[in-house]
Design a protein around this ligand. Structure first.
Ligand code: 26W
Length: 811
């Protein structure tokens, strides 16, 4: 939009006074932030309604991305940036003697997700809007986000995240679009005499689903989409029935908290309630909007695509069937065809313990109509496939088995597309985890490697690097990320390499200051910054990182005069509250940090920083300062990873196993520009097949490794209780599930190579530059373009503001 500094200042003063009835100068930072957010939302309102009209007029196909989690990050700066008024607003505020940086920090970062899956959903929202595509989010407005993490004596403590305490300027409560969601009771179906079957319900629990809409702003293109988050309330007509506050609270309880587990499925009734609540409200509201178009029912899949983000929203399949059968009175065949054509599903994990399976009894009593429909879907599936594929394959793909409903099976059968999130991951789905389905429906399977929005993760998070790139190669890369490759041409320019080094150093200094202020720890900005930021999980192997740090520490202690590259190891990670082993690893790393950071003999050579409460906002501070990106999961376990892409984009060199999207990173950047180590997927499979891995033997044979492992249990690390022993036992006595010991040597070697390279600054900077220049293909804009063309079949949109994005495929 166009806005002058003068106009902005006038608008801001007025907005502030309208809200608070006093002068902005007397307001707190929170109030100044709130007024600014309010004003920006008002600016947006006009474009939002323009966008909606445009979609309605063009009868564009709309995509609805159903996800139990979104991690949008702070929205003020990103909205201003995408609206192209960030600089104007900054200048205007300066004129009013308000520091933008302070106001910006007053915004809470909504932690409505656990990790990768939720952040991906938000990157996708940003790309959808920026491409001018009509794609909307559908999720839950959790009253409390993911817990706030604190460390007490090195242990993780979880505190409630009351993110709505000061209100949320970005959302609009949309009572007009509220719908009712039914749970429990009895349901039976009777013929109505006209050939239709009508379901009758009695004794159901009715919950009001109220949507809160948040604008998703596209980059300089006047497109605004909607992220619709649902909140549970007591229906007004039933308020009297709920005589006690407790029973009303129980209803609101459905959307009270986000389940803090991102890898371990637990068959909790409340979680199932959340899933159906979000699904039913979402599908109902889509169908209601569709009615307004006045389009024949059979055209639904031409006008609407519903995406199922992991299996959590897989009840979309029976819910859409329910509406088409019970409310639209379509035949089973017709309803099924429409449902399949409308739905598509992404798998984000192959970990067995993360696969959702709901007990039949639970679904039957909580969602009786859903159960009837799921049973019928399964029945039809089996009857149809039995003559074609025989017993083994047909029963292996059954949705219901051993008293449980397999949600992945439901999602695959009910969708026309199934995708993994990196090439290797998709291959594992095809050849292993969903192999039976791949035999049955090879045409459904496809890969969509994840991507990230370079707007948030580079343009906004790292403005100096953005300036440097733009100075050299012009603006085009901002809307056509493949153009970043032009930056490669500066690989031999001493001047550009020096500037690049200066940008990195400045970012490291900033982070060092932040660490000093917040953790009271002094670190040397000239040391190598080595970063591992992601949820804590044994398969991600933060403990391998810890063993390597211990190895360095022991070498320094052995010879305090040792000539070793100074390093700062940086961690950010939350553990699921019920995941004891992960919490023990946190305690272990914190104890190592305490020991190392307070040892005067170690000095600058080694420092360990473990940030509390890692999330989007912290990531934005850490990533621009990173030099090594640790992507060290056991090959075959990490579906894709996305921090790998963000770190590479900011010039970090990747130290990685050949897992997830690390493989594609290697393909683009070249093996010589990263540090690859460890078992590959074939070698891992070989161990599984032969069952001949012995971690104990490695421990006994490898002196260096033994010394490190022994330090976990011999009192070397002060402040550790049983945690050192637990980690030791899991690695040595319980045969090391994730092959940490097997990969130790090659991991240490990879780090030695990194040190060596770092001693040649010019070479390091060259590789850093090549990493930045090779990261264009990981723009989520490309990922979304592929989803849109190959899965959702969205008709190409005439953009409101033509010519913003060009689309040369990378390389
Ligand atoms: C039911 C418990 C539960 C909750 C969340 C199981 C599984 C999940 C998510 C699917 C876990 C997740 O976030 N997976 C991550 O998805 C990212 C985006 O595709 C990938 O980059 C990560 O590799 C993958 O771990």
């Amino acid at each position: 939009m166009t806005l002058t500094v003068k106009q902005f200042k006038r608008d801001y003063k007025k907005t502030f006074e309208n809200i608070y009835a006093f002068d902005f100068k007397d307001g707190s930072i929170e109030q100044q932030y709130f007024a600014l957010g309010h004003l920006v939302r008002n600016y947006l309102a006009d474009e939002w309604s323009q966008s909606r009209h445009h979609y309605i007029e063009s009868k564009a196909k709309q995509v609805f991305y159903f996800s139990m989690e979104f991690l949008p990050g702070r929205q003020l700066k990103s909205n201003l940036y995408n609206m192209d008024i960030l600089e104007t607003v900054k200048e205007g505020l300066k004129g009013l003697e308000i520091e933008f940086e302070e106001v910006e920090n007053a915004e809470v970062d909504p932690a409505l997700g656990n990790g990768g899956l939720g952040r991906l959903a938000s990157c996708f929202m940003d790309s959808l809007a920026s491409l001018g595509l009509p794609g909307h989010g559908n999720g839950i407005r959790y009253r409390y986000g993911l817990f706030r993490q604190k460390f007490v004596d090195g242990y993780q403590v979880e505190l409630p995240e009351n993110w709505l305490r000061n209100g949320n300027v970005w959302e609009i409560r949309n009572m007009n679009s509220a719908v009712t969601v039914r749970f429990g009771g009895n349901v039976w179906v009777e013929p109505d005499g006209n050939g239709n079957f009508i379901p009758f319900y009695e004794n159901t629990e009715n919950i009001l689903a109220v949507p809160y809409d948040t604008p998703m702003v596209g980059y300089k293109n006047i497109t605004i989409n909607n992220m619709r988050l649902w909140s549970a309330e007591v229906p007004p007509e039933e308020e009297e029935q709920y005589q006690t506050i407790e029973s009303a609270e129980k209803i609101k309880g459905i959307t009270e908290v986000l389940y803090p587990d991102d890898s371990n499925y637990e068959g909790r009734l409340l979680r199932l309630k959340q899933e159906y609540f979000m699904v039913s409200a979402g599908v109902q509201s889509i169908i209601q909007q569709f009615y307004k178009y006045n389009i024949p029912r059979h055209q639904l899949p031409e006008k609407i695509a519903i995406h199922i983000n992991d299996t959590h929203p897989a009840l979309v399949v029976p819910e859409l069937m329910r509406i088409l059968l019970d409310e639209e009175h379509l035949s089973w065949e017709k309803a099924w065809e429409i449902t399949k054509k409308t739905c598509s599903y992404t798998n984000h994990t192959i970990l067995k313990e993360a696969m959702e399976k709901w007990p039949v009894d639970m679904v039957k009593s909580l969602l009786p109509r859903m159960y009837q429909i799921i049973e019928a879907i399964n029945q039809h599936h089996i009857e149809k496939k039995l003559p074609l594929y025989g017993e083994r394959l047909t029963y292996a793909t059954s949705i219901i088995k051993d008293g449980q409903i397999n949600m992945a099976h439901l999602a695959v059968i009910g969708s026309h597309s199934v995708n993994g999130v990196a090439q290797l991951h998709t291959n594992i789905l095809k050849n292993d985890v969903l192999h039976d389905f791949y035999e049955m429906y090879p045409y459904k399977f496809n890969n969509k490697t994840n991507g990230i929005t370079q707007r948030r993760w580079l343009h906004i998070a790292n403005p100096d690097l953005t300036k440097l790139i733009t100075k050299q190669i012009g603006e085009e890369w901002k809307t056509n990320p493949a153009e970043l490759k032009v930056f490669k041409g500066f690989e031999t320019s001493e001047e550009v390499l020096e500037e690049l080094a200066q940008v990195k150093l400045k970012n490291k200094e900033h982070l060092a200051e932040y660490i000093k202020e917040n953790l009271g720890l002094e670190i040397n900005p000239n040391a190598l910054f080595d970063v591992q930021i992601k949820r804590l999980h044994a398969y991600k192997r933060q403990h391998l990182n810890a063993l390597h740090i211990l190895d360095r520490y022991l070498r320094i202690k052995e010879n305090p005069a040792i000539d070793i590259q100074p390093r700062v190891f940086i961690f950010g990670a939350k553990a699921a509250p019920s995941y004891l082993y992960a919490k023990q690893i946190i305690k272990l790393i914190n104890s190592i940090a305490d020991m190392v950071n307070n040892d005067p003999e170690v000095g600058d050579k080694l420092k360990v920083v473990f940030f509390e409460n890692y999330g989007v906002s912290l990531a934005e501070k850490i990533i621009p300062a990173a030099e090594i990106s640790e992507q060290i999961s056991l090959a075959g376990k990490e579906a894709s990873g996305t921090s790998n892409m963000k770190l590479m984009l900011n010039g970090a060199l990747t130290l990685a196993t050949l897992d997830g999207a690390n493989i594609e990173i290697r393909d683009y950047v070249g093996e010589e520009n990263m540090f690859i180590f460890g078992l590959n997927i074939d070698e891992v499979s070989e161990f599984y097949k032969k069952g001949n891995y012995s971690s104990k033997k490695l421990y006994e044979k490898n002196k260096r490794l033994k010394r490190v492992l022994d330090s976990l249990i011999d009192g070397t690390i002060p402040g550790l209780y049983e945690e050192g022993r637990v980690v030791f036992d899991s690695l040595v006595h319980y045969n090391d599930e994730y092959f940490v010991l097997k990969d130790f040597d090659s991991y240490v070697k990879a780090h030695e190579k990194a040190d060596e390279l770092y001693s040649n600054k010019k070479k390091w900077n060259q590789k850093s530059l090549i990493n930045i220049a090779s990261s264009g293909p990981f723009s989520a804009d490309y990922t979304i373009k592929r989803y849109s063309e190959e899965i959702w079949k969205t008709n190409p949109q005439k953009k409101l503001n033509e010519g913003v994005h060009s689309f040369d495929e990378p390389i």
